[in-house]
Design a protein around this ligand. Structure first.
Ligand SMILES: [Zn+2]
Ligand SMILES: [Zn+2]
Ligand SMILES: [Zn+2]
Length: 143
């Protein structure tokens, strides 16, 4: 289950950040995004839509960093370019990104554990398994 905006604010407070209106608003945007995976730039746009056009990007980054450190927000690269963030929902997941239609599907990381374990035992490589999405074609395009 994803954290609520209030729980995110509490986590920031526990991490020692001062709770300001912009930080509270970032928590609100994240909590409302549900299915969306947002870049920091998109978060700034949503803040602007909420009448907070003057929020400093560094405030957004700092807030996201802190929420990542406490495990409430995940950062992932779905394709080229900037990483996106979304609430972790308490379940670690990997992302399947369709190169044809752009659809993003979340799958539980547990389903990839056998492959990750294989990489470690065979190659001594400890993959984080989450930082980059898997790209390919989704079921809609199978002939
Ligand atoms: Zn990254
Ligand atoms: Zn597709
Ligand atoms: Zn996700």
């Amino acid at each position: 289950v994803d954290a609520t905006a209030g729980e995110l604010v509490d986590a920031l407070r526990r991490a020692g950040l001062r709770i300001t209106a912009p930080r509270r608003a970032v928590c609100g945007v994240l909590a409302d995004a549900t299915e969306d995976h947002l870049t920091p730039k998109e978060i700034l746009e949503r803040l602007r839509e909420r009448g907070l056009g003057s929020v400093d990007p560094s405030t957004v980054y700092r807030t996201l960093d802190t929420l990542s450190q406490v495990g409430l927000v995940h950062h992932v690269h779905l394709g080229h370019g900037a990483g996106v963030v979304h609430l972790s929902g308490g379940v670690e997941h990997q992302h399947l990104v369709c190169e044809v239609c752009g659809r993003v599907e979340d799958i539980p990381i547990d389903e990839l554990r056998p492959m990750l374990a294989h990489l470690e035992s065979r190659y001594g490589f400890v993959a984080d398994g989450l930082h980059f999405a898997l790209s390919g074609r989704c079921a809609r395009h199978v002939e």
